[in-house]
Ligand binder design. Structure first.
Ligand code: PMP
Length: 386
């Protein structure tokens, strides 16, 4: 039977988005397509809250967006600081190493964030060209507050990259106001489009650093040199070609970005916050423990929850599937079998989250977990209805 997809991406998509993707493919230089592409670029600036940014829409997954930001800004022997709150922070370190940077990684215990003083101490030790932040690390559900970090980066004349794959259009981001140089994401999460698009917004400063680089960009496909004229052409509603754009996905992106803008970006953040809070409080009321160690660093786009003691994770996940909801297991190698993850972003509504909590409760009961049955649903309802 029909199952509700509640993993941290891909997610459930709006029918209008899927319908647009299913329409006949047009030429990538057809007038309507050029117009759609241009509309997407313009709406990205609204969603990113970056009126001065340079948007890029490229066929690829979120990892390509990470790769593009790194390869276009890094030259061999640049100092790069990676702030890691989980699996995707570690991935960023791997990427920047590949391009010859001298990498320093600051990490912390799973569930924690890195103290600001520690970051400032490190920035003051040498000349860092750039730093990376994972806004929401999808492996832990830890949310980092980017603003104080990017303000520090500005103070030390260091560029900042925000991996917003699990946050853009779900958690508050004000790219220009917060002075972030690159905010990147992928289509399959809170942006609400099936997997296949890497989306990236570069500040004026990032574009200037790119233009002044001495070494060539060490990747042909990802080189801004190839893509900047294409983005500019589409924005001016002119035909252009470098690599064939994913025409159907861009038709879906136009619909989804319109829905996001129509909802209102602040209303959208508030919806994610309410549903995220309802889910976390439900898990706590049932008696389970969350990975993030404080409500202030708990993501509103997904939640990572430890299995209760005496519950076998694999059995529990199987029960959830039997209850027609799909959730995800752990991702952090050191804790993989100890927790599960539920995505609640994009099109998610209160019915989806109540159905998910219901499936979790039914599965706990099937696994013979002792607790006050119904308390999760009741707790979530109270929050949803305030
Ligand atoms: N960064 C974060 C925070 C992510 O959650 C993900 C995907 N889960 C990625 C990067 C990589 O994105 P993709 O899987 O689309 O390559």
């Amino acid at each position: 039977s029909r199952k509700l997809l509640m993993i941290p991406g891909p997610i459930e998509f709006e029918p209008e988005v899927l319908q647009a993707i299913g329409a006949p493919t047009t030429s990538h230089v057809a007038t309507n397509f050029i117009n759609s592409f241009g509309n997407c670029l313009e709406m990205m600036r609204e969603v990113w809250q970056s009126p001065t940014g340079q948007p890029f829409i490229i066929a690829g997954s979120g990892t390509l967006a990470m790769d593009m930001a790194a390869v276009n800004l890094i030259e061999p022997n640049d100092n790069v600081l990676v702030l890691s709150t989980g699996y995707f922070g570690e991935r960023y370190a791997e990427i920047v190493k590949r391009y010859g940077a001298n990498v320093t990684i600051l990490t912390t215990e799973p569930g924690n964030t890195i103290a600001l003083e520690k970051i400032e101490n490190e920035l003051s030790t040498k000349d860092y060209k750039l730093l990376t932040i994972t806004h929401v690390d999808t492996s832990t559900g830890v949310l980092v507050n980017p603003e104080p970090i990017t303000k520090l980066a500005q103070k030390y004349n260091t560029l900042s990259i925000l991996d917003g794959v699990c946050s853009v259009a779900g958690e508050e981001i004000k790219q220009d106001e917060w002075g972030i140089d690159v905010v990147l994401t992928a289509s399959q999460k809170a942006i609400g489009v099936p997997p296949g698009l890497a989306l990236l917004m570069a500040s004026k400063k990032a574009m200037a650093v790119f233009k002044n680089r001495k070494a060539p960009v060490q990747n042909y496909y990802a080189d801004f040199t190839n893509w900047l004229p294409i983005m500019q052409a589409y924005e001016n509603r002119n035909p252009s070609y470098f690599g064939t754009p994913p025409v159907n996905l861009i038709a879906g992106l136009e619909i989804s970005l319109k829905q996001i803008v129509d909802e209102g970006i602040n209303n959208r953040f508030a919806r994610h916050k309410k549903i995220g809070t309802a889910f976390r409080q439900a898990m706590l009321a049932i008696g389970m423990k969350l990975l993030p160690n404080h409500k202030n660093n708990s993501a509103n786009t997904l939640t990572a929850t430890y299995y209760p003691n005496n519950i076998n994770g694999a059995d529990f996940l199987k029960q959830i599937g039997n209850n027609n909801v799909i959730i995800a297991g752990g991702l952090l190698p050191s804790h993989k079998t100890q927790y599960f993850r539920v995505g609640h972003m994009g099109s998610v509504n209160s019915n989806d989250i109540l159905a998910t909590i219901g499936a979790i409760e039914s599965s706990l009961i099937a696994c013979k977990f002792q607790y006050e049955q119904g308390i999760g649903i009741k707790t979530a309802l109270n929050i949803i209805n305030t």
